[in-house]
Design a protein around this ligand. Structure first.
Ligand code: TPP
Ligand code: MG
Length: 700
């Protein structure tokens, strides 16, 4: 263990660079110590890297941290959160309201740093978007940040291609920087994302890899001997190295190299010493996830030439130093941009209006004017097919609704086919059809990054593969981003592909996730209503779950209007005088079966009601009187029908209700055989309804 020690000198004899760096180091150490938990070592090591970037390069105005053309900084190694919080504090980043208005107060006051990791502190354990202004994305699950940064860079290129015009070539030209560690480099998601970023030649992207050879269990020699540089060269990146994380000059040179590289992303590999300056913990995993201890902090401060007894000490001149650096540069750039956008508005009023609405998460006027109505049709069409029609009709009128698939667009039908939609590629950054490749997990993170830049992204795949992207999807929900996920092949309806492709527990998974809206529409008109709801969401990701196989288009002159979908569940068919003795509740493709059973029951004099319940979340959001009008509490005879696990259904059917469901992983066979094997038939529903009435007794 070699400890690099600085001579003990007083702060006044250090350069402002050095004082600022050591202020961040000591704030980080003190905060982790006060919290008695957290990660001190990585902030201590990486401060010069972040300091050099922020103070010299980052085009970021602390007074307006949501200015659209700002450079983005993503701390992918989110455990080093104190590094980011210290920067936000010292640069005096302002708080921003939910409506994207800057408020007077600072985002991270010193008090928040002193209460790092405590309830309601603006400095939670890991950086959280929406909670702390200036945090560009939530990080903590390793690999997510870097993958999200790719989405931000993609969105930057798309905005530039669409909105930069003659005389305004630099309206959008922001760079995206992401700091990451060994963990991020090992995670599969970062490999997926780096591969796509290289392929797309995203020159506005720069990752900085903290090559400190340490993870939690010890030295990386235990697990990680990749030649990272060669790997990234293989991905088509520009790779450069900085041999000493304290070398501000070499760091600046590396950032300049990144800026000058116009044809590919850049990886800067920085060799650092975790816990830099702590005599017993430097270069050990002991500096990773626990406080240094009072004595070690004292010794580290001595090494930095810092007053050993001072805590949360910000020497005079430090705030001003940042004001003169990033503050002044950022404000000038930001003000100049807003002056330019005023000019732009005069010359390109329509485009400027688009930008305004997009940045405020509003929709264009008349966005829904072309949405199709579908006539009743007993043969019908697959909901993925009706979705294709609705999506295309909406996207034509919402220019920033853009997205694609993880190599399944021909199956998920999410391709935008109207004239001018185009394909996004290194040669055409203005295209609206994205090809994420077979990279579901990073597709989710990339969609998050795109959404953070405020375009409206959608991504699609087979519903079963939601398992591959749960980590990213969870962050969409946690960050309250209106990302749209379109998942098709939603049940055993996929037939012959068998258990590996038949979602069983995925509906239950999605329903258990806070903040997510899932909709599984029953027919083409419910699909239209579903898209209407989804496109008007501001703070929730949506999961649209669609069939591969045809479903009848319900006759809405006979049964209730599909507009009921907006309330999550509605009475589709009812007993005379709205007085049912049994309720059949279904979703998606199973509604057709419920209606068949309903007709049989009605003929036999049984008073049945069919409730179409495409979205639990939307229904649960309704007031009690509506919910009880759909599911009257006194009607206890209830049958749910869904080709999936029954997990959670007793919430609506009661513990004495009957759930027609699947308790295995499905099977490989033509759909007809599967329906028989698993008991999805009108006859079975009828039988279950009758036995429910027998069990609970009929209502008057
Ligand atoms: C997906 C994921 N798995 C595991 C963890 C737990 N974890 C947090 S930090 C860390 C080690 C990271 O090592 P490295 O990125 O090299 O960070 P350093 O200790 O060098 O700062 C682990 C395993 C996590 N945050 N995310
Ligand atoms: Mg490491």
């Amino acid at each position: 263990m070699s400890v690099i020690t600085a001579p003990p000198i007083s702060p006044v004899l250090q350069s402002m660079d050095q004082i600022s760096i050591n202020t961040i180091r000591t704030l980080s150490m003190d905060a982790v110590q006060a919290a008695n938990s957290g990660h001190p070592g990585t902030p201590m090591a990486l401060v010069p890297v972040a300091y050099c970037l922020w103070q010299q390069f980052l085009r970021f105005d602390p007074q307006d941290p949501v200015w659209p053309n700002r450079d983005r900084f993503v701390l992918s190694n989110g455990h080093a959160s104190m590094l980011l919080y210290s920067l936000l504090h010292l640069t005096e980043v302002r708080a921003v309201s939910k409506d994207y208005e800057t408020l007077g107060e600072v985002s991270v006051p010193l008090e928040a740093i002193k209460t790092f990791r405590q309830l309601d502190s603006r400095c939670p354990g890991h950086p959280e978007y929406r909670w702390t202004s200036g945090v560009e994305t939530t990080t903590g699950p390793l690999g997510q940040g870097v993958a999200t940064s790719v989405g931000m860079a993609i969105a930057g290129q798309w905005l530039a291609a669409r909105y930069n015009r003659p005389g305004f070539e630099d309206l959008f030209d922001f760079n995206v920087y992401s700091l990451c560690g060994d963990g991020c480099m090992m995670e599969g998601i970062s490999n997926e994302a780096a591969s796509l970023a290289g392929h797309l030649q995203l020159s506005n992207l720069c990752w900085i890899y903290d090559n400190n050879h340490i993870t939690i269990e010890g030295n990386t020699s235990l697990t990680f001997t990749d030649d990272v540089a060669t790997r990234f060269i293989g991905y088509g990146w520009n790779v450069t190295r900085v041999g000493d994380a304290n070398d501000l000059e070499m760091l600046a040179r590396a950032f300049r190299t990144s800026q000058d590289t116009k044809d590919r992303p850049t990886l800067i590999i920085v060799d650092s010493h975790i816990g830099y300056g702590a005599p017993h913990k430097q270069d050990t995993s002991g500096a990773h996830g626990e406080p240094l201890g009072e004595e070690e902090i004292r010794l580290a401060k001595r090494n930095y030439g810092w007053p050993e007894d001072k805590k949360f000490y910000v020497p005079e001149g430090v705030y001003d130093h940042f004001r003169q650096g990033i503050g002044k540069r950022g404000k000038q750039l930001r003000d100049a941009w807003f002056a330019r956008i005023a000019e732009y508005r005069k010359q390109y009023p329509q485009l400027a209006e688009e930008l305004y609405r997009m940045q405020h998460r509003q929709l264009p006027e008349g966005w829904d004017r072309d949405l199709p109505e579908f006539p009743a049709d007993s043969k019908g069409l697959a909901t993925r097919e009706s979705s294709a029609k609705v999506l295309n009709a909406a996207a034509k009128n919402i220019p920033w609704l853009i997205g694609g698939s993880a190599d399944l667009a021909p199956s998920t039908k999410t391709r935008l086919t109207f004239e001018g939609a185009g394909d996004f590629s290194a040669e055409n950054y203005g295209g609206r059809n994205f090809h994420f490749g077979i990279r579901e997990h990073s597709m989710g993170a990339i969609l998050n990054g795109m959404s953070l830049v405020k375009v409206r992204p959608f991504g699609s795949g087979f519903f079963i593969f939601v398992d591959y992207m749960r980590g990213s999807l969870r962050l969409s929900a946690l960050m309250e981003l209106p990302v749209i996920y379109v998942f098709t092949h939603d049940s055993i309806g996929v037939g012959e592909d068998g258990p590996t492709h038949q979602p069983i527990e995925q509906l239950a998974h999605m329903r258990s996730m806070p903040g997510l809206i899932m909709i599984r529409p029953a027919d083409a008109n419910e699909v239209r209503e579903a898209w209407k709801v989804i496109l008007q969401l501001h703070h929730e990701p949506a999961v649209l779950v669609l069939t591969r196989e045809s479903v009848p288009t319900i006759d809405r002159t006979k049964y209730a209007s599909a507009s009921g979908l907006a309330r999550g569940a509605y009475v589709l068919a009812d007993a005379p005088r709205d007085n049912p003795e049994v309720i059949l509740i279904g979703t998606g493709s199973e509604i057709a079966l419920c209606l068949e059973a309903y007709e049989q029951l009605t003929k036999q004099g049984v008073r049945a009601r069919v409730v179409s319940m495409p979205s639990w979340e939307l229904f649960d959001d309704q007031d009690r009187s509506y919910r009880e009008s759909v599911l009257p509490p006194h009607v206890k005879a209830r049958v749910s029908v869904e080709e999936a696990s029954d997990f959670g259904w007793s919430k609506y059917t009661g513990s004495e209700g009957h759930n027609i469901c699947i308790e295995t992983f499905g099977a490989s066979a033509p759909l007809k055989q599967l329906l028989k094997k698993f008991g999805f038939s009108a006859d079975n529903i009828v039988a279950a309804a009758k036995s429910q009435i027998a069990r609970h007794g009929s209502t008057k």
